[in-house]
Write a protein that binds this ligand. Structure first.
Ligand code: BMA
Length: 337
């Protein structure tokens, strides 16, 4: 794989809304960066679960070394999934919650999935003993949650399929095998469970080497969408270029995150039917390339299918705000031949 990859562009089938769907100033509690949000349609509304990092700003970060005070996971609702978001007054989860298990440092990068009448969350969970992937269940009124299961370290980017497949729950996940693969060469895996608690029969789905424009790592994003041709599935793909310097608030940020597209077999979703050969969404608007905490980052956690055939893709832009891109399901499927 090349050490430095060329300019990457967003596929013309994708339409990006120029303004963020939500940004830090919209939240009713402290927020510096609000990003990486899962979204579903639930009881006639769109429900968004988002990550919020708080407690500093660009000036304090760059000039006075003031780091983030905490990370929370919050909920917002909207009638149309685009604007008019109403925020719950306090976060659902807060890393500074005095009652939290001291082993757990924080939760982030939430995905929300409805399976039957159960509302499930997939979260990255930083602990004192490693990064774990957690699955939680939300109460029907979205006010409370509990952990159902958590992986051993090092695992992250878990996302459940929206229905049982072959009688089992199925999740995509991204273990981080630093010893055996070296550096960040991480791939997408799949595991199955009879009850959301015990996970096994794990299989490799897609290796980073199968993604021509990634030279670093890949990982799952939003819950896949069932189509007549297979599971329409986004993934994130990362290329690293050591010549990239200061790209955001940090002294150095050398990675670029794009979103790729693949189709998984309906009955056996560990089987990849097709991978589109180029990125579907690349960071290429000013908000994504020239502003924000970490520039050049597109990180989708939510995908919603409309009756019209439109697919809404919610993604974190530059680890700073939540943005929305749309595409037609048929157009996306036409890329996966
Ligand atoms: C990953 C996660 C994401 C983040 C991305 C880019 O490792 O931490 O939350 O969006 O890096 O910084």
């Amino acid at each position: 794989m090349p050490a430095v990859l060329p300019t990457l562009t967003t596929h013309p089938f994708i339409r990006k809304r120029s303004a963020p769907v939500i940004a830090a100033a919209d939240l009713p509690y402290p927020s510096s960066l609000v990003f990486n949000a899962g979204v579903i349609k639930y009881r006639g509304e769109y429900v968004m679960v988002f990550r919020n990092d708080y407690g500093t700003d660009r000036d304090a970060y760059e000039n006075r070394n003031v780091r983030f005070a905490g990370t929370s996971v919050g909920i917002a609702r909207s009638k149309n999934g685009v604007d008019g978001w109403r925020f719950d007054p306090v976060p659902l989860i807060d890393s500074n919650d005095p009652d939290k298990d001291p082993e757990i440092r924080r939760f982030y990068d939430p995905r929300i999935i409805q399976i039957g009448d159960r509302l499930l969350l997939c979260l990255a969970m930083d602990t004192r003993h490693g990064i774990r992937g957690a699955i939680g269940e939300l109460s029907a009124d979205l006010s409370a949650w509990r952990i159902i299961s958590a992986s051993v370290p090092e695992n992250r980017n878990m996302v459940l399929f929206p229905e049982k497949i072959g009688g089992e729950y199925v999740r995509l996940e991204r273990p981080m095998p630093v010893y055996s693969r070296g550096r960040d060469r991480f791939d997408i895996w799949l595991s199955r469970s009879p009850d959301l608690v015990y996970w096994g029969r794990s299989e490799l789905v897609l290796g980073v080497e199968d993604v021509p424009w990634a030279n670093d790592k890949i990982g799952p994003t939003a819950s896949p969408i069932r189509t007549e041709k297979g599971w329409l599935t986004l993934f994130h793909a990362v290329d690293r270029d050591e010549t990239r310097g200061k790209n955001g608030w940090e002294k150095r940020w050398t990675k670029r995150y794009t979103a790729g597209l693949m189709l998984l077999d309906l009955e056996d979703p560990a089987k990849v039917l097709s991978v589109y050969r180029a990125p579907l969404i690349s960071p290429d608007t000013p908000l994504e390339t020239d502003a924000g905490f970490r520039e050049n980052v597109i990180f989708p956690c939510g995908m919603v299918e409309e009756d019209s055939g439109e697919i809404k893709i919610y993604y974190g832009a530059s680890d700073t705000c939540v943005c929305l891109a749309t595409a037609s399901k048929d157009d996306l499927l036409s890329l996966l031949v």
